[in-house]
Ligand binder design. Structure first.
Ligand SMILES: Cc1cc2nc3c(=O)[nH]c(=O)nc-3n(C[C@H](O)[C@H](O)[C@H](O)COP(=O)(O)OP(=O)(O)OC[C@H]3O[C@@H](n4cnc5c(N)ncnc54)[C@H](O)[C@@H]3O)c2cc1C
Length: 410
């Protein structure tokens, strides 16, 4: 049975009436959904799935045709791997239980090994589509090739204007990525701190593919204030460079230089594709009335690594729980979402932001720390990726700074 959202009364009488495209000219009464979600990335698909599982009527808009390409290295960290639906784990390409971290300009090399994968890799079009399918199977109504253009707030919800007509919903989740239209139209401040990354897929010789089997590689000292990465997929490698602080460098030249450094200048390189990463959480909150932001739209990306899939999924889940626990009352939903999001994600990313400033803005300090306790720092970072530690638990602890210079693990 449907759970009574704020629109249960209307929905009961709306029965089977579906959304109506104005362009089609068939003006039936418009169905009001409990929740509309803009953007079918990991954040939007997860919010839609959880809400549909709870029995709410959910509509998920995606501006692209599905499955859609997403510019991304496709690295999934263990703390998110555990909670994925089966459809999404079945499209994992490689599990990597070893990581190489190189400080190229200093000749420093560190190797991390774990029993469990440190990073698992996917192709985002398959991974994201699997999450959308899981949402659809849970009962969400998915509308591809449908761009959210604008919306107007009514007393009990929204009219949402899209490239495929007008829809109504009681709440709106903005999961539409780093350049979120929902955030802009809902009156949030301008773009959060955006940095850029560029990546490509590379066909390499079988011996190179074997060399990277089960291994992810991170190279610092290649990109000013950022790093380069090599992630193995089933039949090729994803290679990229990203800057984690703002700055004007030519990323394409940097990626070419990195490929040469890796000895892959003769490999078949697919077109290079770049996009922005919001490397800092929003400072003006995550809810405006009946609209909530999740994932990149909320600026929930790790400021040190650029990893954002885990926070997109987790925030999508928290948004769904907030709507349910808040009983669709805007004040309660806002209180729950803001509190839980801050406690579970934002406070930690703020510590990550401070560490990223230290690491990327002050290369001499970074080099000194890697020289003194590089292996410890890499092990700690791995523990954070696994969810056994957090930036907050490590860096707010005064003993961390004492232990850094003693020959023991943090
Ligand atoms: C080069 C690069 C490499 C990266 N590598 C990694 C990595 O290895 N691991 C990792 O965890 N993170 C990585 N990231 C970050 C990661 O891609 C994002 O943090 C993650 O995709 C955020 O998920 P999301 O659901 O919030 O948004 P997105 O995945 O961006 O999804 C947003 C969706 O909204 C749709 N949309 C946008 N506007 C509208 C609209 N108006 N109407 C309807 N739909 C709309 C978009 O088409 C898109 O499908 C990388 C980023 C870049 C740029």
């Amino acid at each position: 049975m449907r759970k009574p959202g704020c629109c249960a009364w209307q929905l009961y009488f709306c029965g089977e009436i579906h959304y109506v495209s104005v362009a089609m000219g068939t003006q039936k009464a418009r169905e009001t959904f409990d929740v509309a979600v803009a953007g079918a990335g990991p954040g939007g698909a997860t919010a839609a799935r959880y809400l549909a599982q709870q029995g709410f009527r959910v509509i998920l808009f995606e501006k692209e045709k599905l499955p859609r390409v997403k510019i991304c290295a496709g690295g999934i960290i263990p703390r998110v791997l555990r909670g994925l639906p089966e459809q999404a784990t079945s499209v994992i390409e490689k599990h990597c239980s070893r990581a190489q971290v190189n400080i190229v300009d200093q000749g420093l090399h560190f190797v991390l090994k774990r029993e469990q994968p440190i990073v698992s890799t996917t192709m985002r079009e398959r991974f994201d589509f699997a999450l959308v399918r899981a949402a659809e199977q849970a009962g969400a109504h998915v509308v591809p090739e449908c761009r959210v253009l604008d919306f107007s707030e009514k007393e009990d919800g929204f009219d949402i204007f899209t490239s495929r007509g007008t829809f109504s919903s009681c709440f709106l989740v903005g999961a539409d990525g780093a350049l979120s239209v929902v955030a802009r139209k809902a009156g949030f401040d301008g773009p959060v701190y955006l940095v850029s990354a560029l990546e490509t897929e590379v066909d390499v010789a079988p011996e190179q593919l074997r060399f990277y089997d089960g291994v992810v590689r991170f190279d610092f000292g290649i990109v000013p204030k950022g790093y380069g990465w090599v992630f193995p997929k089933k039949n090729h490698l994803s290679i990229g460079v990203g800057q984690m602080r703002k700055g004007s460098i030519h990323l394409e030249n940097t990626l070419d230089r990195y490929l040469r450094y890796l000895g892959m200048e003769n490999a078949v390189v697919f077109p290079k594709r770049g996009f922005v990463i919001p490397a800092r959480p929003r400072r003006d909150g995550f809810v405006r009335g009946r609209s909530l932001l999740v994932g990149d739209a909320a600026g929930l990306v790790d400021p040190i690594t650029g990893e954002g899939i885990s926070a997109a999924i987790e925030s999508g889940q928290i948004a769904a729980v907030a709507l349910e626990k808040g009983g669709f009352r805007p004040d309660r939903v806002e209180a729950y979402y803001e509190d839980v999001l801050r406690e579970k994600i934002v406070k930690d990313l703020r510590w990550g932001w401070l560490v990223s400033r230290l690491a990327y803005d002050h290369s001499k300090i970074r080099t000194f720390l890697f020289r003194v306790c590089g292996q410890q720092m890499c092990e700690t970072m791995t523990d954070i990726i696994f969810g056994r530690k957090t930036y907050r638990s490590v860096f707010s602890n005064p003993f961390t700074y004492l232990r850094m210079f003693l020959p023991m693990r943090m």
